[in-house]
Design a protein around this ligand. Structure first.
Ligand SMILES: Cc1cc2nc3c(=O)[nH]c(=O)nc-3n(C[C@H](O)[C@H](O)[C@H](O)COP(=O)(O)OP(=O)(O)OC[C@H]3O[C@@H](n4cnc5c(N)ncnc54)[C@H](O)[C@@H]3O)c2cc1C
Length: 425
């Protein structure tokens, strides 16, 4: 069997390592951090994983917190009436099957130890280019799953595939314990058009049930205050003020909240990127990038870890089909092409929600009155390939809302779906 090197022990690298090791491959996983170092690091993600990807983890027997509360059954969507107005739209969409978030510091650290316990080989240390040369010289296939690590700069940005040329949000994230959780629980999806969004993801943490709040500010706008977060206490204060200033209907939920731990926060920005999947090292050796290395999206729709799970699954399948290889350029390129046939949908969904056009907001408006629309929108987070069927363009969206409205009895009862308040669109 071919020998395979995987650089980066996050969602895609660890998951792929588990799958290949189970099949009997000689896999070496390179991790820049031990489980203990991961546990002591800053919160990297809100990590909502949707049901189809939880299934992928179950199949590898690595869905270790399966069924543990808090589970994510709903999306509670609240949209304000413009930059300064009141709450204008509100609907609850139900997932067909629950999602779940586990703090990646806990999840990946536990996975790393489990991989070793199952006999997998882990080498610790940050891989640089000289080290990568020696890895690639001995492995039949070298996969870079280093997320946003510096080594990903080896991969050329594919400018022809970019929608945006810079980050679209300035992001603050804080995992809070002591929040009020709804029962059943779900994603708190708050939008203040022109100002930003605050997404609350119920999360399993070492400190118990938390909500990871991802607060996405339009750069330079009134919510873009993350430069003032210098320590845990200023971050907690800023987080609570974001709610009182822009999402006051969430105030009661976070009033008594505290950070899950002193490192349970992060500030920064994510540049939406698509990169070419093959990098050539100075020696001429080729390595292939997966997941965030090749498709990096803003976290506003919670697709990155789900993409990473999907990409690991695709690469596992392609390696299995290739047998002894060859792992030539055609093979390496196919790992991206097959992924992109899926990833174009979460990428399109994310880029749409970063600047929702009027027809998309009209669908959200209709969701306040037609439960089918609310549930359909909610479930597109789990299966973004449904996007073209109801949210791709004005005509498709209008036809879907009309048909769903008719099914809900609007036409039959002589009612029409009310317009979205003017300030929202
Ligand atoms: C604020 C925020 C919120 C998010 N929320 C969600 C969400 O709710 N749902 C969702 O699906 N996605 C979310 N994401 C995105 C998601 O976390 C990532 O897309 C996902 O973890 C990417 O997986 P990956 O395997 O590509 O890389 P990662 O999971 O980032 O793993 C990469 C690993 O490689 C290591 N590494 C880096 N360089 C090296 C090196 N040179 N040598 C060795 N190791 C190295 C890193 O330390 C890391 O451990 C969020 C992201 C952010 C920023």
């Amino acid at each position: 069997m071919p020998t395979i090197a995987i650089v980066g022990a996050g969602q895609s690298g660890l998951q792929l390592a588990f799958a290949l090791h189970r099949d009997g491959h000689e896999v070496t996983l390179y991790s820049d951090r031990t489980a203990e170092q991961m546990a002591a690091s800053r919160l990297p993600s809100s990590n909502a994983m949707f049901s189809r990807n939880l299934d992928r983890e179950r199949a590898l027997d690595i869905c270790l917190w399966d069924g543990e509360q808090p589970l994510i059954d709903y999306t509670f969507c609240r949209i304000a009436d413009g930059p300064e107005g009141d709450l204008a739209l509100s609907f609850d969409g139900r997932f067909a099957r629950h999602a779940q978030s586990v703090d990646q510091r806990l999840k990946f650290g536990t996975w790393l130890n489990l991989f070793s316990d199952r006999g997998g080989k882990v080498v610790y240390g940050t891989v640089d280019v000289p080290t990568l040369e020696s890895i690639a010289a001995t492995a039949d296939l070298t996969i870079i799953s280093a997320g946003k690590g510096d080594i990903t700069r080896l991969f050329e940005v594919n400018t022809a595939m970019l929608t945006y040329d810079r980050p679209q949000r300035s992001i603050g994230m804080a995992a809070l314990v002591g929040c009020v959780h709804d029962a059943p629980d779900g994603v708190y999806y708050n939008i203040r058009p022109g100002v930003g969004e605050a997404f609350g993801i119920p999360m399993v943490t070492h400190a118990g049930p938390a909500i990871a709040w991802v607060m996405e500010a339009v750069p330079g706008g009134p919510m873009d205050r993350w430069g003032a977060a210098t320590d845990p206490s200023s971050m907690l204060d800023l987080t609570k003020r974001v709610f009182s200033d822009f999402f006051p209907w969430e105030n009661d939920r976070v009033r008594d909240a505290e950070l899950a731990d002193a490192n349970a926060w992060l500030c920064g920005a994510v540049p939406p990127l698509v990169r070419k999947p093959i990098a050539t090292l100075p020696s001429g050796a080729k390595v292939v990038g997966i997941a965030d290395v090749v498709v990096l999206n803003d976290p506003c729709c919670g697709q990155g870890a789900n993409n990473a799970c999907m990409h690991a699954d695709i690469v596992h399948r392609l390696i299995t089909a290739a047998g002894d290889g060859p792992f030539d350029d055609a093979f390496l390129q196919s790992t991206f092409d097959e992924f992109w046939s899926y990833a174009q949908f979460p990428t399109g969904f994310t880029n749409t929600m970063l600047a929702p056009p009027p027809y998309a907001l009209a669908v959200l408006g209709a969701a306040t009155q037609i439960p089918e629309v609310a549930h359909r929108f909610c479930n597109v987070f789990d299966d973004p390939t449904d996007l073209p069927n109801f949210l791709a363009d004005p005509a498709t969206a209008e036809a879907f809302v009309a048909a769903a409205g008719a099914r809900a009895g609007y036409a039959a009862r002589g009612r029409t779906v009310a317009a979205v308040p003017a300030g929202v669109v």
